[in-house]
Design a binder for this molecule. Structure first.
Ligand SMILES: O=C(O)CCC(=O)C(=O)O
Ligand SMILES: [Fe+2]
Length: 263
């Protein structure tokens, strides 16, 4: 498989020989056991510094959804009381820039499009191919959480997330999760366990990762959040979002919620 010279400067293929079957099987079994995988030092320091510099310059254009939401990211359900798990609100105050705001020559694009990188993701995720989003906003995003901003408890709509931390805050900004809260394919809403997590009555795990680590996370059934950033350094994180089918875009209402615009 051919990989472009640019992505070769951005990914440490020696430390992460993604085509090697032993390496692959080792990471695959860890991902399948834990629903999360952190590949330390996957991206080079050149990648991190280039992308931090470009992301900091773009931060002024970030959209901050000033909203609360439930953990299912669905509208209020009037059939249930306000304090029912389906209606309990959490705050998300982080900002983000959309794919159409990322420069065409960004290292993020070199990585997102790289055939060897995609092929490795497919092997880990157990899918035949990964495709970009059909809309112009969702494929690559950069998230910003300055002091006091956070991402509240939620389940992801997508079955997997691929991220890398670019800039770590002084403290806070911790990724917390509770695995296997529900089985969404069974239509399971797990109201009791959701309420227990919101009431701090469940054991909560933390996933620790540093700038340049590649993080894969199955977030559809694991409740997760990012705690508020503390200190003056903004938490900055890149999200590489793919679909396992072509021509899928977010609905206009989802685009409106996440980006404050539909195009
Ligand atoms: O910021 C993170 O580490 C996780 C982001 C996340 O959970 C999401 O975007 O759904
Ligand atoms: Fe998430």
């Amino acid at each position: 498989m051919i990989s472009g010279p640019l992505a070769d400067a951005w990914i440490d293929w020696n430390r992460h020989p993604v085509g090697d079957l032993n390496y692959r099987n080792h990471e695959l079994s860890e991902f399948n056991n834990d629903g999360a995988l952190v590949l330390r030092g996957f991206f080079t320091s050149e990648f991190v510094s280039r992308v931090v510099a470009e992301s900091v310059a773009l931060q002024g254009g970030a959209f901050y959804a000033n909203s609360t939401h439930n953990v299912y990211l669905t509208p209020q359900d009037p059939q249930f009381s306000d304090d029912h798990a389906i209606n309990r609100q959490v705050a998300s105050s982080k900002g983000l820039i959309a794919d159409d705001q990322i420069p065409t020559d960004s290292p993020l694009r070199d990585v997102y499009e790289n055939a060897r990188f995609r092929e490795f993701l497919c092997a880990l995720l157990g899918v035949e191919a990964v495709y970009p989003y059909a809309d112009r906003l969702s494929s690559i995003n950069v998230h910003y959480a300055p002091r006091g901003r956070e991402l509240g408890w939620h389940f992801d709509n997508s079955s997997f997330a691929v991220t890398t931390l670019l800039q770590e805050p002084e403290s806070g900004g911790v990724f917390e999760y509770v695995p296997d809260v529900r089985d969404s394919d069974d239509g399971d809403m797990a109201f009791d366990r959701v309420a227990a997590v919101l009431d701090n009555a469940e054991n909560i795990s933390q996933l620790n990762f540093d700038p340049g680590d590649l993080v894969l996370f199955r977030g559809r059934n694991a409740l997760h959040r990012v705690t508020p950033t503390e200190g003056s350094v903004t938490r900055v994180l890149a999200v590489f979002a793919y679909n396992d089918e072509p021509d899928i875009g977010l609905s206009t209402s989802a685009l409106e919620t996440f980006y404050g615009r539909t195009k």
